[in-house]
Write a protein that binds this ligand. Structure first.
Ligand code: XIL
Length: 365
């Protein structure tokens, strides 16, 4: 890894200074900070995860990665997998029709390479964070359904080819079902009909036969109407010769709604179908202000999801949706909730951090 560090010229600007996988740098950054978090958190999560044969990932905010040295150091030190929080979405990759911009995404891939990390791709199709030229073109009728299909094919083909050999998993379709198990009403469904999902998988497969292709959604941790819709679709696609490799479970939990039931049974039924599973965007928000009791519950929830993952051989990666509260998407979206990450705003670890590491130490079961 250190060898990579010295030789990867493209990553030079992002290189983490000083000690990488050893906690020494942390002590210097936060001498004698009080609270639960220790200045040196000890064995990195990624080291414990390697021993448990699972990738332990985080979503990465590429602005923070460029500007915040502590953020950069922790990203490199603690995680064996990274996901672009935003910069592999349509609005970033294809800001103008037919004009692709891979600058930010490539920078993240270079960082990952320099630090011996794997990269999850997120996401080839979603109903959010689409570029204005596309949403406006559909609204004013200047882009019709046949054209939209061509645009989708071009985007998936171009993007998957660009990253060929560099990513281990792609979220091909993100959030395509409603809570009741019906197809989500989106521009894709409205203009192309439900066949767009099979098309997306076929086009991605053609562009890179080796990368693992995933569904991805929220509220699908347990057995429910929505996860059952994915299960049914995976079966149906398989019967039609369209291979889906994995089921991505986002894992955005809130302590006020309780821990989902049947998570193990859910993973098992997808495994029995021959699919991999992954927790892809885990965070556990609490009603603000946070207190020790809420953070203890939060730790249990994080640990509960990781335990389910380690209990299923199909579960290949466990990714948190950011690790530091000051960059979390949660407070901006969920009123009155927050403190959802493993580190607080001063980069002090929370009980959830220790709980996850303790769970990793137990290994697969
Ligand atoms: C979120 C990002 O975290 C935010 O920065 C952005 O403003 C909106 O998207 N499900 C997903 C992710 O699949 O892509 C979302 O990420 C969170 C919910």
């Amino acid at each position: 890894m250190l060898k990579h560090l010295r030789t990867t010229a493209t990553a030079a600007a992002l290189v983490v200074s000083g000690t990488l996988l050893i906690g020494a740098g942390t002590a210097a950054a936060h001498p004698g900070k009080p609270g639960h978090g220790k200045p040196d958190p000890g064995t990195p999560l990624r080291v414990a995860a390697d021993r448990a044969h699972v990738k332990f990932g985080t979503a990465v905010n590429t602005t923070a990665l460029a500007d915040d040295a502590t953020y950069r150091r922790i990203t490199a030190q603690q995680f064996s997998s990274v996901t672009a929080e935003n910069v592999m979405k349509w609005e970033t990759l294809q800001p103008q029709r037919g004009v692709y911009d891979f600058t930010e995404a490539d920078r993240l891939v270079a960082f990952a390479r320099a630090h011996g990390q794997s990269v999850r791709g997120h996401t080839l199709l979603w109903h959010n964070q689409l570029p204005a030229w596309l949403t406006e073109g559909l609204a004013d009728g200047s882009i019709d359904a046949a054209e939209l299909r061509g645009i989708l094919r071009d985007h998936i083909t171009t993007v998957v080819r660009h990253f060929k050999g560099k990513l281990y998993q792609w979220d091909v379709v993100n959030e395509v079902f409603e809570e009741d198990g019906s197809y989500r009403n989106s521009i894709w469904l409205e203009k192309l009909g439900p066949g767009y999902i099979a098309d997306a998988f076929r086009w991605a497969r053609e562009a890179d036969p080796n990368v693992k292709l995933f569904f991805n959604d929220y509220n699908v941790e347990g057995v429910n109407a929505k996860s059952t819709a994915y299960y049914g679709l995976a079966k149906q696609l398989k019967a039609r010769g369209v291979r889906v490799d994995g089921f991505g479970i986002q894992g955005h939990l809130s302590t006020q709604y309780g821990f989902p039931g049947d998570v193990g049974a859910n993973l098992k039924r997808f495994a029995d179908l021959g699919l991999q599973t992954a927790f892809t965007e885990v965070d556990v928000r609490v009603p603000l202000p946070a207190d020790p009791a809420k953070l203890a519950t939060q730790a249990d929830y994080y640990r509960g999801l990781l335990s389910a993952c380690l209990g299923s051989r199909s579960c290949t990666s466990f990714t948190v949706w950011g690790f530091a509260d000051q960059y979390s998407w949660v407070p901006g979206v969920f009123d009155g909730e927050g403190a959802a990450c493993l580190y607080d705003e001063s980069y002090r670890t929370k009980p959830a951090f220790d709980a996850l590491r303790a769970e990793l130490r137990q290994g697969r079961h």
